[in-house]
Design a binder for this molecule. Structure first.
Ligand SMILES: NC(=O)c1ccc[n+]([C@@H]2O[C@H](COP(=O)([O-])OP(=O)(O)OC[C@H]3O[C@@H](n4cnc5c(N)ncnc54)[C@H](O)[C@@H]3O)[C@@H](O)[C@H]2O)c1
Length: 264
């Protein structure tokens, strides 16, 4: 390396700070949508990726990534079940030797009005989104703490930061809870070199948004200052950044990906 290529602080050259070559990641809810985009982004950045989902569609997603030359494996998992979560995470560490990066992305999204949410639906949304993320943080947290470092990235939402008619109160409460969980785990794990951060997107193109009619999509986009929805690749890029050495001094943070919809 020439002297000019050595940064003044003696650290790695800047481009190397964004690579995940040789790392291994575990992504929940990777069977479609943002989870699929995140798994692909991590694989493109150099990671081996365990794709976990309750939906068997995750197998076709993993097969597609393998056909592109990426090292990945599909795992069936219901994140509400702690014992199954532990066993599935152990299977992934068995396949790859270890996990360096955990992405808690799986979610149940419901937009039911406050007046119509049943107790069962409340419990279901909180169980997938908040309990599942808690299990994911704790199971990965123990593993990363023992290894002396790693990254946990949780998918929250703008719905957890401000109210919106487009998301149910149970979904919003779960996503706000994820921000609190993120900070609790960040404080607990910081002395062990493990960072824990959240990403809070507003509307991002995905099967969920595809299901809306044109008028609703137009109204949603009009409320975003950048006048468009986000893309899965942009969420994947944010995950890769938070997982990379470049974000090593960031923990307990929420990265807003909302087209300017909430500025703070
Ligand atoms: N798409 C958006 O506009 C948007 C906006 C803000 C936040 N988010 C967040 O991003 C994440 C991904 O969103 P998406 O749009 O891709 O959602 P999606 O509904 O398209 O995908 C969610 C995935 O999670 C899986 N899943 C559901 N329950 C599960 C369970 N019990 N165990 C394991 N897997 C389970 C589903 O099978 C699915 O593959 C979610 O956390 C969501 O809250 C999305």
């Amino acid at each position: 390396m020439t002297a000019a290529a050595v940064p003044r602080d003696g650290g790695a050259p800047l481009p190397d700070m964004f690579t995940l070559r040789g790392r291994a990641a575990f992504v929940t809810g990777a069977g479609r949508g943002l989870g699929e985009a995140i798994a692909q982004g991590l694989a493109e950045a150099g990671c081996s990726v365990a794709l976990a989902d309750v939906d068997p569609a995750v197998e076709a997603v993993a097969a597609r990534l393998q056909s592109l030359g990426h090292r990945c494996t599909a795992l069936r998992l219901d994140v509400r079940d702690e014992a199954a979560f532990e066993a599935t995470f152990a299977a992934a560490t068995g396949s790859f030797g270890c996990i360096d990066i955990m992405v808690n992305n799986a979610a149940a999204t419901r937009s039911t009005s406050i007046w119509s949410i049943s107790a069962g639906e409340w419990d279901e949304v909180l169980a997938v989104n908040l309990r599942g993320t808690f299990f994911g943080c704790r199971i990965a947290g123990r593993h990363l703490r023992e290894r002396g470092g790693g990254r946990i990235i949780n998918l929250s939402s703008i719905a957890g930061q401000q109210p919106s008619a487009a998301s149910g109160a149970h979904y919003a409460a779960s996503k706000a809870g994820i921000l609190a969980l993120t900070r609790s785990f960040a404080a607990e794990l910081a002395p062990h070199g493990v960072t824990v951060n959240a990403i809070a997107p507003s509307a991002v193109n995905s099967p969920l948004l595809d299901a809306l009619d044109d008028e609703r999509r137009r109204a949603l986009a009009a409320a975003i200052p950048l006048r468009r929805f986000g893309e899965g690749r942009e969420v994947a890029a944010a995950v890769v950044y938070l997982a990379s050495p470049a974000a090593g001094f960031t923990t307990g943070a929420t990265l807003d990906l909302n087209g300017g919809r909430l500025m703070r």
